[in-house]
Design a protein around this ligand. Structure first.
Ligand code: DGJ
Length: 708
């Protein structure tokens, strides 16, 4: 809902629990008024009537108060917009108009400004979807000049700036990591100055996810005010959070890692930034996550709510590059016997791809390995009752490939400079239409030529020598590559609506709200160790829902990473917290292990609707070596997954106090038939009975009746 006041120069956007308010001064300054609990227009008008800060020679009257601080004028904060044309920098805008429209799924406010010197049209967009509290913000920049006018160079074009009120203390939460240890949660005090997170790598990166949360140092999982923001972009990005001298905070974020020039707009051209979404809650970090999850399930992720992701098998850890049709058939039969629903052949099925040194770019089945193509294997997999998926890495090429031999000019490179290889591969320049056309033709042919239901789309190295010889403004490639990727994915989805896509980048190197608008799930991490994974999943769940978080059960000792030995029970319960997959070498699992795995898969299918679509409560975080647990609630059902990391001598395990239950009802444990009282589960808690190192359990309860 959007309400208008203050002589049509004040707007209040209200969601389920919160409001966001802004107004325009008589000098066309667009000032932030409020981001917090619901307020009325009259409250916002009272805020707007308050006097600004006293005039002081060294302080800006605008810093920390503006909706979109531009470069120039009386400002010293980091600008969200920096533009240059004919050597002139800075922006001075005049307000043109404000429009509120009903987009069919929520109200959208568009505020239009114009800078006559630069011929720059600036539109700030605000959209509050019905039924939630996530505010989507983005910006459109348009060159409004005539042919022959100088082009506009967008040195920096952030999506939005968020203003938070002055507080005694601020605490910043963000997600950080590396390959094999992505999306771990950091929570530290925000001292005066700036904290910048981002990626300079051309993709979202393993090092940070584009998400932050800010609280006054008192929020818990259950209570307290939390402001949080997330950027929908899969290339290089930056979020800068600045605690100002008066205790207020400004957070700006958008595409690109620097201010050195991102795009050149000719007259008539425009650039629309990605969405930088914001969310306020007073229900603590848990409520913030649940609101983010609900919004993504309803508005961002393809398929919408209610679609279950299947249990998959992926052959990578079992075979690596030693792929053969016969071996894939054997694995498929074993996987089907466990109840797997989707069988995915990973790397090594195409071109000369018998190692990571050759074949990337040649997307036709390797004739020695699949003499009749992929069709026979796909048919057999379908005959076993499973869907069939393949791995691709379309944005990459090995120098030892037919594609590179034919088109060495298609890779990102600087003329006369070395072409740096990582994993023996170079990055194609998807900003080039001919490259996109080629990939479209190859992938469309592939998807049309065999009954393929699923594509795991990988990206295994970062940008390094990101040049584009011959282009008039080569640095636009950092943005245009990502837009090219989105275009290609969108085109493939439209042409093959039955095919689901997974975003992978050496594990979790490309997880963000942008790619999630075009893919059905993401590969969370190459680290499949079930204990390490709990911390990764804990961080991931701060923003993203279980419904997109792929998680595999692999071999013990863990073959790829740390050689940790763990039970099938622990591995399954760890992976059941997301979209369950199996990635071990099933030919080496004993009959008893396969029988046990079959039972776990069957249990997962029973709890899946609750895990994938329920509301998540993080009961105990996986820090230290104690007990951690998550709970999902959906309607009358609840599922608890609990993990005991290490058992200390004589130390009792605490009961788990469940959330989101009806205290006046009884709940039956569907495995044991035991009946619990809701009030007891919520207050005293559920006793897990876990014991010993790396123990784990699943509890599936259903509300039976109300107590007396
Ligand atoms: C990196 C992915 O994260 C792995 O799962 C696997 O697909 C390999 N690439 C294959 O090269």
């Amino acid at each position: 809902m959007i309400e208008i006041g203050g002589n049509d120069r004040l707007w209040v956007l209200s969601g389920r629990r919160g409001s966001y308010a802004l107004h325009l001064t008589d000098h066309d300054e667009l000032l932030h008024l409020h981001w917090g609990p619901r307020i009325a227009v009259a409250d916002a008008e009272a805020l707007a009537a308050e006097p600004g800060p006293p005039e002081r020679g060294f302080e800006s009257p605008l810093d920390g108060r503006e909706e979109f601080p531009v470069e120039g004028g009386p400002r010293f904060v980091r600008p969200a917009l920096s533009v240059r044309a004919a050597g002139v920098r800075g922006t001075e805008w005049r307000f043109q108009h404000g429009v509120v429209s009903d987009s069919g799924f929520g109200d959208e406010l568009r505020l239009r400004f114009h800078d006559p010197v630069h011929h720059l049209g600036i539109t700030l967009h605000y959209r509050m979807r019905d039924g939630g509290d996530v505010l989507e913000r983005w910006t459109t920049l348009a060159h409004t000049g005539a042919a022959g006018d100088d082009p506009l160079e967008l040195l920096r074009a952030d999506s939005a700036a968020w203003s938070l009120p002055a507080r005694d203390r601020w605490r910043l939460s963000h997600l950080y990591g590396r390959w094999g240890a992505e999306s771990r949660l950091a929570r530290t005090g925000l001292t005066p100055g700036e904290k910048v997170i981002g990626s300079r790598r051309g993709h979202t990166g393993h090092q940070h996810l584009p998400w932050i949360a800010l609280d006054g140092g008192e929020a818990t999982e259950e209570s307290g005010e939390v402001h949080s923001c997330a950027l929908a972009w899969s290339g290089s990005w930056r979020i800068a959070v600045q605690r100002l001298s008066d205790g207020a905070v400004q957070a700006v974020g958008g595409v690109g890692h620097d201010d050195a020039g991102q795009l050149l707009l000719a007259p008539g051209e425009s650039f629309t930034t990605p969405v930088f979404a914001g969310l306020w809650t007073d229900g603590g970090f848990g409520a913030a996550s649940r609101a983010w999850h609900a919004w993504q399930l309803a508005q961002v992720i393809p398929g919408g709510p209610g679609v279950d992701r299947p249990v998959l098998y992926n052959s990578w850890e079992a075979t690596e590059f030693e792929v053969s049709e016969e071996q894939q058939r054997s694995l498929a039969h074993l996987a089907a016997g466990l109840g797997v629903e989707l069988f995915v052949v990973d790397d090594g099925w195409f071109g000369a791809r018998t190692s990571d040194r050759a074949g990337l770019g040649d997307w036709t089945p390797n004739p020695d390995r699949f003499p009749q193509g992929l069709g026979p294997l796909a048919d057999e997999v379908h005959g076993l009752g499973m869907r069939f998926g393949i791995w691709v890495e379309p944005e990459m090429v090995n120098p030892d490939s037919d594609l590179y031999r034919a088109h060495p000019e298609w890779v990102q490179h600087h003329p006369g400079r070395a072409r740096t290889e990582f994993r023996n591969q170079l990055v194609l320049n998807l900003a080039r239409p001919d490259v996109r056309d080629h990939l479209w033709e190859r992938l469309d042919t592939l998807l049309s030529g065999a009954p393929i239901d699923y594509v795991k789309w990988d990206f295994n190295r970062s940008f390094s020598d990101a040049g584009w010889p011959g282009d008039a403004y080569p640095q636009r490639m950092w943005i245009e590559h990502v837009r090219g990727l989105y275009e290609l994915l969108g085109r493939l989805r439209a042409a093959h609506p039955g095919v689901a896509f997974e975003s992978c980048s050496g594990g979790g190197g490309r997880i963000d709200l942008g790619i999630l608008g075009l893919t059905d799930q993401v590969w969370t991490s190459d680290n499949t160790d079930p204990l390490d994974r709990l911390a990764i999943q804990h961080g991931f769940s701060q923003l993203h829902p279980a419904r997109v978080m792929a998680a595999w059960v692999t071999d013990s000792p863990n073959a790829m990473g740390n050689a940790r030995v763990s039970s099938l029970r622990f591995r399954f319960v760890s992976a059941m917290a997301g979209v369950l997959g199996i990635g071990g070498d099933l030919t080496r699992w004993s009959e008893a292990e396969r029988a046990e795995a079959r039972d776990w898969v069957a249990l997962y299918k029973r709890v899946r609707p609750v895990v994938q679509h329920g509301e998540l409560y993080r009961l105990r975080p996986p820090d230290g070596d104690g007990l951690s647990a998550v709970q999902y609630v959906r309607g009358e059902e609840t599922v608890v997954l609990a993990w005991l990391h290490a058992q200390h001598y004589g130390e009792p395990r605490p009961p788990l106090r469940l959330r989101g239950l009806d205290p006046g009802a009884r709940y039956e444990d569907l495995a044991t038939g035991e009946v619990h009282r809701g009030a007891v589960l919520g207050h005293r808690g559920l006793r897990t009975g876990l014991c010993g190192d790396l123990d784990a359990a699943v509890f599936h309860l259903r509300k039976t009746d109300r107590v007396g």
